[in-house]
Design a protein around this ligand. Structure first.
Ligand SMILES: Cc1cc2nc3c(=O)[nH]c(=O)nc-3n(C[C@H](O)[C@H](O)[C@H](O)COP(=O)(O)OP(=O)(O)OC[C@H]3O[C@@H](n4cnc5c(N)ncnc54)[C@H](O)[C@@H]3O)c2cc1C
Length: 267
């Protein structure tokens, strides 16, 4: 932008793509802490599946950095250090669980078909119109991306709404996301790059829904600057000094939200 920071301030958009894990909202997966110092309140959640540093609540799935929640400011070096911690946790898990898992090859074949379906959809329908980007039978991932971004921007506190939202906007945004989800199976890919984009967009769509549900559930403005709830503009230490966990159950298609206490160390 041709700006010398010592001469004039640069412009900063604080919220970037609205669900950046590292800088706002402590967003990310709920992971196991270090087994030696983890408070009992948190530890009990992992005891049934194994207490391994940085394992998520899914047995054997580890994450770190922007993937891990409960920390509002990660940055590059912290993510790197956390990656090493998670890798050590994962190796401890592998050593304790060193038998090959039983894999249902039928399920693998089904998954392959699902992953490649956007290419079939494209091939089967591309001739129906004179422009490969415009077709009654499918949507290209780029168009899907614009739609997702527009919903999150306008309804979930993006830059064009001055990082401000409220209950009514969020509820309308949720309705639009439901329609977007319905259309997600209509994404088509002309090549392998677009196939990658289809699945990236699908994953972003799920993260967007989770993010929106969290913003809706937390009735305060915990991270002013990243987003404001115009209907709850203040920080509410009494009711909301807590983490919020969400769980999606694919069997029932239901989300559950809950508050989780913050336990300060040393306990
Ligand atoms: C705009 C912006 C500015 C920032 N400024 C700073 C700064 O000034 N200083 C600082 O220290 N930090 C800054 N950060 C934060 C820092 O960049 C992040 O905290 C850090 O990069 C997170 O590292 P990570 O490894 O957890 O995630 P990432 O760096 O996001 O790495 C995740 C990787 O996984 C890949 N991936 C995703 N899905 C799949 C898949 N299905 N299969 C295979 N690969 C996949 C992605 O392509 C990506 O390479 C900034 C972040 C942003 C967005």
């Amino acid at each position: 932008m041709n700006i010398q920071p010592e001469e004039k301030p640069s412009e900063i958009a604080a919220a970037e793509p609205y669900f950046i894990g590292s800088h706002s909202g402590a967003s990310g997966a709920w992971v196991c802490g270090p087994p030696d110092v983890m408070p009992a309140e948190y530890r009990k959640q992992w005891e049934p599946i194994g207490v391994y540093n940085h394992m998520t609540t899914v047995k054997g799935l580890f994450t770190a950095g922007d993937g891990a929640g409960a920390s509002s400011h990660k940055f590059s070096s912290g993510s790197h250090a956390e990656g090493r911690i998670a890798a050590k946790g994962a190796i401890a898990f592998i050593l304790d669980n060193n038998a090959l898992p039983k894999v249902d090859m039928g399920a693998v074949e089904e998954l392959k078909k699902t992953i490649l379906a956007p290419m079939d959809l494209y091939e089967q329908n591309v001739k129906y119109s004179s422009d490969p980007d415009i077709n009654p039978a499918f949507m290209k991932p780029k168009m899907f991306m614009f739609r997702l971004q527009k919903i999150m921007d306008e309804y979930c506190g993006g830059v064009s709404s001055q990082f401000t939202t409220n209950k009514s906007l969020l509820e309308r945004g949720m309705e639009l996301l439901v329609m977007l989800k319905e259309d997600s199976s209509k994404m088509a890919a002309a090549d392998l790059h677009e196939l990658l984009r289809v699945w990236e967009n699908t994953h972003r769509m799920w993260i967007a829904e989770s993010h929106l549900r969290h913003v809706l559930f937390r009735e305060e403005s915990r991270w002013p600057g990243y987003y404001f709830r115009a209907d709850f503009p203040d920080m509410d230490e009494k009711n909301w000094k807590c983490f919020v966990n969400s769980v999606y159950d694919p069997k029932t298609d239901q989300w559950t939200m809950k508050k989780v206490p913050i336990v300060n160390l040393p306990v």
